[in-house]
Write a protein that binds this ligand. Structure first.
Ligand code: COA
Length: 336
């Protein structure tokens, strides 16, 4: 007797970005940098900043957009998984705060921490609940208010980050050739040395000294992270293609984490993809950590470029280190 595997498919997308724009020219006025350097080294032109509110407001905004797109009410949601490194507070979890804000009264909720790979880790985790049949409607959110942990006197990091949220809904499909088809997730904890925020946790609880030492901000050794991110993201994207017998011609979209245009380009080349097949919006938003990938999916769906039946590869690399790739056959009719 053959049993077809139940798969998790994305049945709605949504995103939220704050209105305030922080451009490269704005940054020129606060640190020793220039538009030309930022554009050529990273691909970023501007990013968004949330002036009032917290990560849960970004996440709630993305879910509200998603529910509107799906045409269902919040009380039909079974579970909310939120990936973030900028929770509103230590506890309760940001996902609980979001559950209250969107009034998803029947949902349980939890946060998950995997930095820039957070959305992929959350997506794969959430998919398990659909595949094993325990829940039917799960919302996965990537949300980060990176401006809350960014040192705007440090030109090495303050040019990189922005605030945003993106969300997807997962529901079951019986089509064995649709939805989330495969995934690879990895981590290497030695990455803590080159990319971290050490203040405020149980290791270094907040004191005047931790504030003076700037331990409550992102620290990144950009060069060291860059080298590993280029290899990590390219390798894991090539690996998921190879084990699914796909060539560059078979993949319709690469949906990469948006940390640096040069990292994205190296990944695309390794996959043998045409330049036109890569989702890139880093110029508008910078690195929004857990939000980058769902923000791309939502924008490309909204503009009608992401179509039902297309084969897409999601790929990310981030703090931990964490990295991963996910293969999806897109099941959602386009909006346009
Ligand atoms: N404006 C102008 N000059 C700057 C600058 C800025 N904002 N930031 C750094 N510089 C300078 C440096 O001081 C350095 O000067 P020096 O050669 O006199 O010492 C020079 O530019 C080159 O710096 P470097 O750090 O080697 O640049 P880079 O090409 O590695 O680019 C990053 C820096 C951060 C953009 C890049 O390393 C990167 O993207 N890293 C990975 C980020 C990532 O993927 N993170 C994981 C997910 S969060």
């Amino acid at each position: 007797m053959s049993m077809s595997k139940r798969r998790a498919a994305i049945t709605a997308v949504g995103h939220y970005v704050p209105e305030k724009v922080l451009s490269n020219h704005d940054l020129e006025k606060i640190v020793d940098t220039n538009d030309e350097w930022i554009r050529t080294r990273t691909g970023i032109i501007e990013r968004r900043i949330l002036e009032h509110g917290a990560t849960s407001d970004l996440g709630a905004g993305a879910i509200q957009a998603l529910l509107k797109n799906r045409g269902v009410s919040a009380n039909t949601v079974d579970l909310i998984v939120v990936a973030t490194v900028t929770p509103d507070m230590f506890f309760p979890s940001t996902s609980c705060l979001i559950q209250e804000k969107v009034q998803a009264k029947n949902a349980f909720a939890f946060d998950l921490s995997a930095a820039c790979s957070g959305f992929l880790f959350a997506l794969v985790t959430a998919a398990q609940f659909i595949e094993n049949g325990s829940y039917r409607r799960v919302v996965v959110v990537g949300a980060d208010k990176m401006s809350s942990i960014t040192d705007y006197t440090d030109r090495n990091t303050c040019i990189l980050f922005g605030d945003a949220a993106g969300a997807v809904m997962l529901e079951p499909t019986d089509d064995p050739d649709a939805g989330i088809l495969d995934h690879i997730l990895r981590c290497d904890g030695s990455g803590e040395r080159t990319l971290h925020m050490r203040g405020g946790g149980s290791l270094n609880p907040a004191t005047h000294e931790t504030v003076d030492k700037k331990l409550h901000y992102i620290y990144q050794d950009g060069k060291a992270v860059f080298k590993l991110a280029v290899v990590g993201m390219a390798d894991i994207s090539a690996e998921i293609m190879e084990r699914n017998h796909l060539t560059g011609k078979d993949v319709d979209w690469l949906v990469p984490h948006q940390a640096n245009l040069r990292i994205i380009d190296a990944t695309r080349e390794r996959m043998g993809l045409d330049k036109s097949k890569v989702m890139i919006n880093i110029q508008k938003y910078g690195n929004t950590t857990a939000a980058t990938i769902p923000l791309c999916l939502s924008e490309w769906w909204q503009t009608g470029k992401l179509r039902k039946g297309q084969t897409i590869v999601l790929a990310a690399f981030g703090a931990g280190y964490t990295w991963g790739s996910v293969l999806i056959r897109w099941t959602l009719e386009n909006a346009a």
